[in-house]
Write a protein that binds this ligand. Structure first.
Ligand SMILES: [Zn+2]
Length: 171
């Protein structure tokens, strides 16, 4: 049975306070205490020094922590371990990626290459999707007319001479 202290620390049981005939002797003895490591109750047999730990493993773990703490204090005192905050040095390396290879095919630069391109355009209009995509046709037509106008401006004698020369060859 656990007996706590009475009011104002009086060891007498409170309910018999007023009866002088009843003498009550209260004896206190340690019944159990909690383990200094795991806080589980450790029963006390009543003989010898009360145990500090419930088990050998709790004693060992407590000892390990104490000795680790002692080692740490010793290392700090010996300046082996520094308690100042960890500082980081950041090395920055910049990698500059080469510009991506130009995947866009180069525009033709010669008359021969342009003729091949225009032949291909004609073929696509004739056989490919371009022939069906009528919403693109006005733009294509306008662009081709612009090219014809530019050719006329560039040719000596202008578009009229160019047309005559072309008709001659067709014959
Ligand atoms: Zn324990």
């Amino acid at each position: 049975m656990t007996i706590g202290p009475g009011r104002n620390g009086d060891p007498k049981l409170p309910e018999h306070d007023d009866d002088p005939a009843v003498e009550i002797r209260v004896e206190r003895r340690l019944d159990s205490r909690t383990c200094a490591w795991c806080r589980n109750p450790v029963p006390y047999s009543g003989r010898g020094r009360p145990p500090t730990y419930c088990s050998k493993s709790c004693r060992n773990r407590a000892w390990e922590v104490r000795s680790a703490e002692a080692r740490l204090r010793r290392d700090i005192a010996a300046d082996v371990l520094r308690t100042e905050p960890v500082r980081e040095v950041i090395r920055e390396t910049r990698f500059i990626a080469a510009p991506p290879e130009d995947t866009e095919p180069l525009a033709p630069a010669t008359a021969r290459a342009w003729l091949a391109e225009l032949e291909e355009l004609a073929r696509q209009v004739r056989e490919g999707e371009l022939g069906r995509q009528h919403w693109h046709h006005i733009k294509l037509y306008t662009a081709l007319i612009d090219v014809v106008v530019e050719l006329g401006d560039a040719y000596p004698g202008g578009l009229a001479y160019l047309e005559r020369e072309a008709a001659k060859r067709r014959r």
